[in-house]
Design a protein around this ligand. Structure first.
Ligand SMILES: Cc1ncc(COP(=O)(O)O)c(C=O)c1O
Length: 413
């Protein structure tokens, strides 16, 4: 147990170091604040998006070596801003949607996308039923799969590929097929045999939040899903054609562990699914999180506690609780950004919610002054899509938008 804790601690330290290294490089490239722009505002960096895609593509090479195509279907819910979607489409990505509304957005922003995966528990929303022609559709549970098959048989629905989501081995999740009992496996096998009369490609899907579980537990749970798929294929007498490995990784987890995980899992997947030709990845956070920074102004500094009060808040950094957002401020004297160290102070937001604390255990620079500009890094994932209008008097649409967009982060670009 002590050894296990040591490993968890060492892994956490490695990831924290990687996050800090990235942040230092980011602020070195960051242009000075736009003092004319009312805060809070967001900056979008296309370069960060491109770097993240390269990182995911490079890390998945072991699957290509094992003979799989490895398309990326970006998780639209993570950040559905049209500039993000358009840029991803330009870079050749596909999209994962959890509703018909998201699918309509993708049709608008990325009409030529050649991979769209429909996933989630109520994917037809706001429509009542999923009808028409779709690319990849992943059933979330047995009752939904039964419905989809009925519509395939009636001709109301046509899909190129049909999958089912497996629940993680240790998951308390409400999503996916729980296949603990042999009868559940038999029922799924029977459904897949029926579906195979109407659909050319069948496959399986797992999505496990690696960022909270840790990379090695993610790998073990995915590997045990592969074992289950071997048994399922035996029961159906058919081979699956694709595997969808979902998303769920933080950016630093991808850069530190992605390639090793792929090297470990690719041969196991090849063995488990000899008839499969494709492994789909559905990253959200690890692609977009680093591409947006949230800019704010210092409104107060407590003389004793050094608590810093900003005009940004948890309403614009809505995923504040999920990971540490590193903080930087612009030194007017040195004319450069500085990354805050760990310390005994906290950074608070403008609203009257007790939990409106954007960073704890930080050390603001000694010369930080009222009116200075502070940047909260990695605000491009769920911080963006979960934003809410609290305390803005209805001004939230303005805050929701990205106010500054740069191809690069440097002032000269
Ligand atoms: C099925 C599925 N795929 C992909 C994602 C994207 O996850 P992340 O943004 O953490 O990479 C999610 C997030 O909840 C999901 O549920």
């Amino acid at each position: 147990m002590a050894r296990e804790l040591e490993t968890i601690w060492a892994d956490a330290q490695t990831l924290a170091r990687a996050q800090r290294e990235w942040a230092s490089a980011f602020i070195d490239r960051l242009a000075p604040p736009d003092w004319t722009q009312p805060t809070p505002y967001r900056l979008f960096s296309k370069i960060e998006l491109e770097n993240a895609i390269e990182e995911v593509r490079a890390a998945t090479s072991a699957f290509r070596d094992a003979g799989f195509a490895t398309p990326i279907a970006y998780s639209v819910k993570t950040n559905p801003d049209h500039r993000v979607l358009e840029q991803l489409a330009r870079l050749g990505l596909g999209f994962e949607c959890i509703s018909n509304s998201e699918r309509a957005l993708v049709a608008e922003c990325a009409p030529d996308a050649d991979l769209v995966v429909l996933n989630g528990p109520v994917k037809a929303w706001p429509d009542k039923r999923l009808i028409g022609t779709h690319d990849y559709v992943i059933a979330d549970r047995q009752s939904e799969l039964d419905c989809l098959i009925e519509d395939l048989e009636s001709g109301a629905l046509r899909v190129n590929a049909l999958g089912f989501r497996l629940r993680g081995r240790d998951a308390t999740s409400r999503f996916g097929f729980a296949l603990g009992a042999a009868s559940q496996l038999d029922q799924l096998a029977a459904s897949l045999r029926r579906a195979s009369l109407k659909v050319d490609r069948l496959g399986a899907h797992v999505h496990l939040p690696a960022s909270s579980r840790g990379s090695s537990q993610w790998r073990d749970e995915v590997a045990s899903a592969f074992e289950l798929l071997i048994e399922l294929q035996e029961r159906t007498g058919q081979q699956l054609q694709f595997m969808d490995l979902g998303g769920g990784f933080s950016p630093e987890q991808w850069s530190c562990d992605g390639a090793t995980l792929a090297q470990d899992l690719a041969p196991r997947l090849r063995e488990a699914l000899p008839g499969a030709d494709t492994v789909i990845f559905e990253p959200g956070r690890c692609l977009v999180q680093r591409s947006i920074a949230l800019f704010a102004t210092v409104r107060d500094i407590d003389a004793q506690s050094k608590e810093v009060l900003l005009d940004a808040s948890v309403a614009e950094l809505a995923h504040w609780y999920a990971f540490t957002h590193l903080v930087s401020s612009f030194s007017r004297r040195e004319q450069r950004w500085r990354l805050w160290e760990h310390g005994g102070s906290q950074l608070s937001g403008r609203t009257c919610m007790e939990h409106d604390v954007l960073a704890r255990a930080v050390a603001p620079p000694a010369d930080l002054a009222l009116g200075d500009c502070v940047v909260l890094l990695e605000a491009g994932g769920y911080d963006f899509s979960l934003s809410f209008p609290f305390g803005s008097g209805g001004q939230s649409p303005a805050l929701m938008k990205i106010k500054r967009e740069e191809d690069n982060l440097t002032a000269s670009s």
